[in-house]
Design a binder for this molecule. Structure first.
Ligand code: CMP
Length: 140
């Protein structure tokens, strides 16, 4: 299996609730190594740019407002098939549909306030990693 890197975000709802540490532990418990991690707060312009692919969706305004309401953690995770493995650990986008034991089942309130984000492809992972981190910040 291929070793991949993916971009992971712990969203403002989960950070505010004090669940960031539990979620980072969840990644490590599931074979995803943390090769970079930072706590930051997105500006409106940054949130709009990060989610530009969703700009035409009806929930875009709500999404960018939520993503700027408080600090987030951004991390780069590395492991076997990391893009898919991370998405499996997160669970379905809508927590009502997420499997037991997944991060969203444990910590998310709703499809909008859903605790975490993960890249959906290797190509997007590369772009999303570069959005937050320089090459020298990735500590293998
Ligand atoms: P995320 O994985 O960060 O990618 C895009 C986000 O849009 C998604 O998680 C959800 O938080 C959000 N989203 C998707 N569908 C809806 C929806 N119907 N209503 C509100 N937010 C949504």
């Amino acid at each position: 299996m291929a070793i991949e890197r993916t971009l992971s975000m712990i969203k403002p709802d989960a950070v505010a609730a004090g669940n960031a540490g539990n979620i980072l532990q969840h990644f490590e418990d599931n074979g995803l190594r943390i090769v970079a991690c930072k706590k930051t707060q997105l500006s409106l312009a940054q949130a709009q740019a990060f989610y530009a692919v969703h700009a035409e969706r009806p929930f875009y305004g709500e999404l960018v407002e939520f993503m700027t309401e408080g600090p987030i953690f951004a991390q780069v995770l590395e492991g076997e098939n990391a893009v898919a493995a991370h998405r499996a650990v997160m669970g379905a986008t809508n927590p009502a549909e997420a499997d037991e034991g997944t991060i969203r089942k444990l910590y998310a309130e709703s499809i909008g306030r859903n605790a975490c984000h993960g890249s959906d492809s290797l190509e997007n992972a590369a772009n999303e990693i570069a959005f937050f981190f320089s090459e020298s910040e990735l500590i293998g």
